[in-house]
Design a protein around this ligand. Structure first.
Ligand code: XMP
Length: 509
């Protein structure tokens, strides 16, 4: 196992960002949810880690819920950094006083660093604006600890006790000045090597697939996106002819797909079989309106088709391109095997018969792209924007019909063409059209027309965990709007989505 920093998730909304930052700084890191994980698993993960970061969380430390965890970290002598709730938890278990803050602090807050000679604050100025979000505060430090920083609402905004640090603010959030620097300093204090490069993991990933599948046969569900293609190519290296790559034609692909991808995949040695199943998907999606239900129905039919294909070939494994953000959402664990017999990622139903092989499940998208590049995945695929598993089904509000798929597909093709004609494709994370459930009035050919409203979405992001809107030029947006209204029958209006993530998500459903 490589050296890693364990981030214990106490339910804080920014916990995953801590992992992100540590990896950006060249150290492998994993998130482990404290609630719902067995104590033994937690202990093992703590023991194996070079250092532990305790995240924020919604509880109050005097509930005593997590004292045991803090004690284990202290007894193991692990270097630790507590953030927000984690800071309060460590302070309390070490004998400090935590209570309601005299002044709760939310959002940008001024902090005074009192111990600028401490290595945690190396290169950080004395007065900084940081992101806070807390009702409780450490009012008195643990006996023997030193106070490193203060703010109006936090008499102990940061403390140090041996190799344990706590900070009340969130260094992982971009709004915090010197946030990344503080984490960088802490990693230096821990002394962990900065050797994490996702692309160096190729050999290990291939070995782990070989080990997981043994002499068996595996199918790989490939969509032509970077995740599934990379997973399948790794599996191809591991298994050779014992890998059967398939593309399922569910009838909900964007324009030109899946055949465009099939050609590219064959060029890189993935001899994919195309399984036509569009009628089944449309039949099952009839009358389904709720977005989550759509995902479940899509997942169920997808699973059935895969099980049938596997049965025809006598395969018992399925290679999937699940990536870390999906795992975080479904509560991943470090150290667990790369095979799960059932899971809730991508909507596969419980009781799914195939054993899952998910070689990319510890990587962020940008890391997957680096691995992809190392193993020769074509640039067109690496740069391709993500398409959600249920594809256009979740870009049509309301019931999915063949007619609506045609509408959104045509509108989407225009968005792509125009954005790519401007050469913006590499600067944007995603750009696409959504067929909304709204209808509006327009005038077409001197007649009143009542028809669809299409929304255009374009965002900038590093890993889809957060996203900001793309400030496209008006001229470009106008061109897109006028082409969609004149070229796509049934559409009378086009709107541009100007909401960032959070609070919105990237997809509409
Ligand atoms: P959201 O909409 O949650 O999307 O901000 C984040 C990223 O994930 C993609 N996405 C999906 N991918 N199955 C997938 O494989 C899905 O159900 C799904 N929903 C969203 C989305 O396109 C964006 O890149």
């Amino acid at each position: 196992m490589i050296d890693y920093i364990l981030v214990l998730d106490f339910g804080g909304q920014y916990a995953h960002l801590i992992v992100r930052r540590v990896r950006e700084l060249g150290v492998y890191s994993e998130l482990l949810s404290v609630d719902g994980t067995q104590l033994e698993v937690l202990k093992e993960a703590i023991r194996g880690a070079r250092g532990v970061i305790l995240s924020g969380g919604p509880s109050s430390v005097w509930e005593g819920k997590h004292d045991e965890i803090a004690r284990i970290i202290i007894e193991e002598g692990k270097p630790a950094l507590g953030i927000c709730y984690g800071h309060q938890l460590l302070a309390r278990v070490l004998g400090g006083v935590v209570d309601k803050a005299r002044k709760p602090e939310f959002g940008p807050t001024i902090v005074s660093i009192k111990a600028r000679d401490d290595p945690l604050f190396n290169g950080i100025i004395e007065t900084i604006v940081v992101w806070m979000s807390h009702n409780d505060a450490v009012l008195e430090p643990p006996p023997g600890a030193s106070i490193l920083a203060v703010s109006q609402g936090s008499p102990v905004a940061a403390f140090k006790y041996g190799n344990i640090y706590g900070v009340q603010w969130h260094p992982e959030v971009v709004h915090t000045m010197f946030g990344l620097k503080l984490i960088d300093n802490w990693l230096k204090i821990v002394g962990v090597e900065r050797s994490w490069k996702p692309e160096d993991m190729v050999g290990k990933l291939v070995d782990s697939i070989r080990e997981a599948v043994g002499d068996g046969l595996a199918i790989a569900a490939v969509s032509g996106g970077v995740d599934s293609t990379t997973a399948a190519l790794l599996a191809k290296r591991a298994l050779g002819d014992r890998l059967i790559p398939v593309v399922i034609d569910h009838g909900l692909h964007p324009a030109g797909e899946p055949w465009g991808s099939v050609e590219l995949l064959r060029k890189v040695g993935l001899d994919v079989k195309v399984v036509k199943a569009d009628d089944r998907f449309f039949e099952a999606l009839k009358g389904v309106v709720d977005p989550e239900e759509k995902r479940r129905v899509f997942g169920r039919v997808y699973a059935e088709v895969l099980e049938e294909v596997a049965e025809q070939h006598g395969a018992e494994y399925l290679v999937q391109g699940t990536i870390y953000p999906d795992v975080i959402e479904s509560g991943g664990r470090p150290g667990s095997s790369i095979i799960k017999t059932h899971h809730n990622v991508a909507g596969l139903p419980r009781g799914f018969k195939l054993k899952l092989v998910e070689p990319l499940k510890w990587f962020y998208k940008d890391e997957v792209r680096r691995i992809a590049s190392r193993i020769g995945v074509p640039k067109e695929i690496i740069r391709r924007q993500p398409i959600p598993g249920p594809a256009l089904a979740v870009r049509i509000e309301g019931e999915v019909t063949r007619e609506k798929v045609e509408v959104v597909r045509k509108a989407d093709a225009i968005v792509r063409e125009e954005i790519e004609a401007e050469g913006l494709q590499d600067r944007l994370w995603q750009y696409f059209a959504v067929l909304t459930a709204s209808k509006a009035t327009g005038v077409k050919g001197d007649r009143r027309a009542y028809g669809y409203v299409v929304a255009v979405r374009a965002v900038i992001s590093v890993d889809a965990m957060t996203a900001s809107i793309a400030r496209l030029k008006w001229e470009l947006l106008e061109r897109i709007a006028s082409r969609i209204v004149s070229e796509v029958p049934g559409v009378v209006r086009v709107v541009y989505d100007i909401t960032s993530k959070p609070p919105a998500t990237i997809e509409w459903e």
